[in-house]
Design a protein around this ligand. Structure first.
Ligand code: DAH
Length: 341
């Protein structure tokens, strides 16, 4: 009997040494302590032992039980310690490691200029409007009084989709969309991308940006157009920058004009930027042609309007000293950060 008890204890020592997880330990506990364990069967046999030996053997078995219990508990604590230690090591935070700093973008100069334009015109009471980049021929040309045979409609100038829609070639279709929806007084600016089948060069890209303005009310005259332009130019480029109008032609305005501003680089002396003329071409303007007002159902006896539209890529290039328009479309973060407003 004593030998059997010793054998159980030795077996336990061997098993405990091999045991590596709490689960294994639980299995060992069942094997040595459970109802079907050797120890239990020894206890069952205690009645077969002579009465005088019984207390001694009983004590031996109970001592063994206690020792086994202690050994198992001890092992349990040991395993828990190890588990805790490994979890600490896994979560170890090295605060001296270099951090993963996320790349932060930068605002595009076009949007800085766009906001500046919206601010200037909002101050004058203009509302900011929008129109779709993908337009129909009706809004881009027909409603703007553009003849069916006008060269700007050709596929050499305009991008058409298979379904016959087109990428707007200017922001002027927003004029029609707004007038269709609202009655005068109208006073809006719209900024957005425009598309033309131009070969890219230093100052042309197939995608570019324009701002469109439209004012329609009773008694609007060319003087309102000139006053608005002059205020805008001085706000945008400085009080000593003058503007001028040259007679021109657009299908949707009558009379029409082209607007120039004094060269912001040489202030009129003549330089590389203005090709010696002292002036920079800004865009087109005019009094809204009555046929356009009629198209949207306005009473042309009562209402008159002015409109203008110009590119904002060139303005941005002048303001930020950008030599090629392409740079504006490359989204090179180094360039964007350099021109951070
Ligand atoms: N849409 C014209 C263009 O892209 C510019 C323009 C001219 C806009 C006269 C106007 C305007 O609003 O009145 O060339």
């Amino acid at each position: 009997m004593e030998a059997k008890i010793k054998n159980i204890k030795d077996q336990l020592d061997i098993q405990l040494k091999k045991c590596k997880t709490v689960q294994e330990l639980n299995e060992i506990k069942v094997r040595f302590f459970g109802k079907k364990s050797e120890l239990s069967s020894l206890l069952g046999k205690i009645r077969e032992i002579s009465p005088e030996k019984r207390p001694i053997i009983g004590k031996l078995i109970n001592d063994a039980k206690q020792k086994i219990g202690q050994a198992i508990n001890h092992k349990k604590r040991e395993l828990e310690d190890i588990a805790y230690q490994t979890s600490l090591e896994k979560e170890l935070l090295d605060i001296t490691m270099p951090a993963n700093v996320p790349q932060i973008g930068a605002r595009h100069p076009i949007y800085t200029v766009q906001e500046e334009l919206e601010d200037i015109f909002s101050y004058l009471g203009f509302e900011v409007a929008e129109g779709p980049d993908i337009e129909t021929e009706y809004y881009n040309f027909d409603a703007l009084n553009t003849p069916k045979n006008h060269p700007s409609r050709s596929i050499r100038d305009t991008f058409y989709t298979k379904s016959g829609a087109l990428l707007r070639t200017h922001t002027s279709p927003v004029q029609i969309r707004i007038m269709e929806k609202y009655q005068p007084p109208i006073k809006i600016v719209a900024i957005g991308r425009c598309y033309r089948n131009d070969k890219p060069d230093a100052s042309h890209m197939p995608v570019f940006h324009q701002i469109e303005a439209l004012v329609v009310d009773e008694g609007i005259s060319f003087a309102d157009l000139k006053g608005t332009m002059d205020y805008f130019v001085k706000q945008m480029f400085g009080v000593n920058i003058r503007s001028r109008f040259r007679p021109h032609f657009f299908p949707f305005t009558e009379p029409s004009a082209e607007m120039d501003i004094l060269c912001v680089n040489c202030k009129g002396k003549g330089c590389r930027v203005c090709k010696g003329s002292g002036w920079l071409e800004l865009g087109g303007a005019g009094m809204v042609d009555p046929s356009v007002l009629e198209e949207v159902g306005y009473d042309t006896e009562k209402f008159t309007g002015f409109a203008f539209g110009f590119g904002i890529d060139r303005i941005t290039m002048l303001k930020y000293n950008i030599p090629y328009i392409r740079i504006l479309f490359q989204n090179d973060l180094r360039f964007l950060k350099m021109h951070r407003a």
